[in-house]
Design a protein around this ligand. Structure first.
Ligand SMILES: Nc1ncnc2c1ncn2[C@@H]1O[C@H](COP(=O)(O)OP(=O)(O)OP(=O)(O)O)[C@@H](O)[C@H]1O
Ligand SMILES: [Mg+2]
Length: 245
C-alpha cells in the first residue's frame, strides 16, 4: 500500500529525515516512534504531500506520488491527522466531519448523507455527545478524536495518524488502541505516529524507530523492544528493567 524509497528532507542545514526506506502492506499497522525532533511528523508530511522530499520517492499502491500536492494525494484515498489539530472554528464538531465526508466522496453526496456519515463517525470515535459543540470547546483528547473522525470521513484506504493518543488517560489509550484495530479490520492500512511506547506496542504489527532522521530499527514490537540500539538510544535501561520485573 505504501512504499518510501531513500526519502530525505533537509531544512536549511538540518536533515530532518535521511535515507528512509520501508514499505507497509495492505491492512498492516505500522507504528512510528522516536524522540522529539526525530522526524516523525516530517515523514508523515512527505507521504501526504504537505512537504516535498529533498530526495527520494513515495509510492502509494504502487504509484509514484512524490511531490504531488496534498489534495491530489488525499484524492487517492490517503488521509491524515495533524499533530496540531486544525478544525474549522466557525463550524460545529459535526459539521467539521461532514465537510470531510463531502470532500472525500466520489459520489454526489448530499449534505444530508454527509451529516449522517458525520454522526456515525462521531459515534465511532466517541464524541457523539459533542456533535453540536464548537471544536474550541473540546478537551485536548476530544479534539484529537475529532481530527481522527475528520480523516475517516474521506473513507481512506491509507490513514496516517500523528499522535492521536497524546493526552489520553490510561484507560482511554486502551479504547483508542481497540478503535485503531477496528479501523484496520475494516480494511484501512495505518501508519501511527505515537510518543507513548505502551500504546505503540499494543497497536502495531511492526514498529519503525526513528532517531535523528534515520531508521534506528524496524521490526515486530518484540524485536524492536529487545534491540540494544533502541534500548540505548531511546528507551533507556530503566524501561527495559521495568518490563522484565
Ligand atoms: N518546517 C520546518 N522548518 C525547519 N525545520 C523543521 C521544520 N519542520 C520540522 N523541522 C525540524 O526537523 C526536525 C524533525 O521534526 P519533526 O517535527 O519531524 O519531528 P517529530 O519526530 O515529529 O517530533 P515531535 O515528537 O516533537 O513531534 C526537528 O529538528 C524540527 O525542528
Ligand atoms: Mg511530530
Amino acid at each position: 500500500m505504501l512504499e518510501v524509497r531513500h526519502l530525505a528532507k533537509r531544512f536549511g542545514g538540518l536533515w530532518a529525515l535521511r535515507d528512509v526506506s520501508f514499505s507497509v502492506s495492505e491492512g498492516e499497522i505500522l507504528g512510528v516512534i522516536g524522540p522529539n525532533g526525530a522526524g516523525k511528523s516530517t515523514l508523515v508530511n512527505l507521504i501526504t504531500g504537505h512537504a516535498r522530499p529533498t530526495t527520494g520517492q513515495v509510492l502509494i499502491a504502487g504509484q509514484d506520488v512524490t511531490g504531488r500536492r496534498p489534495w491530489v494525494i488525499a484524492h487517492d484515498r490517503v488521509a491524515r491527522t495533524f499533530q496540531i489539530v486544525k478544525p474549522f472554528r466557525g463550524l460545529t464538531v459535526r459539521e467539521n466531519v461532514a465537510i470531510g465526508a463531502m470532500h472525500g466522496n466520489e459520489r454526489d453526496g448530499s449534505v444530508r448523507d454527509a451529516l449522517a456519515t458525520a454522526d456515525e463517525l462521531l459515534e465511532l470515535v466517541g464524541i457523539a455527545k459533542h456533535a453540536h459543540a464548537a471544536p474550541t470547546q473540546l478537551s485536548v483528547a476530544d479534539a484529537r478524536r475529532l481530527e481522527l473522525a475528520k480523516a475517516l470521513a474521506s473513507r481512506p484506504r491509507l490513514l496516517l495518524i500523528d499522535e492521536v493518543m497524546a493526552g489520553l488517560r490510561h484507560h482511554e489509550i486502551e479504547s483508542a488502541v481497540e478503535l485503531i484495530h477496528r479501523l484496520r479490520d475494516s480494511g484501512i492500512t495505518i501508519v501511527a505516529v505515537e510518543h507513548v511506547m505502551k500504546a505503540i506496542v499494543s497497536v502495531s504489527d511492526r514498529i519503525l524507530v526513528l532517531h535523528h532522521g534515520s531508521i534506528l530499527a524496524l521490526g515486530s514490537p518484540r524485536e524492536v523492544l529487545s534491540d540494544p540500539r533502541v534500548v540505548e538510544a531511546y528507551l533507556g535501561h530503566r524501561y527495559v528493567n521495568r518490563r522484565s520485573e
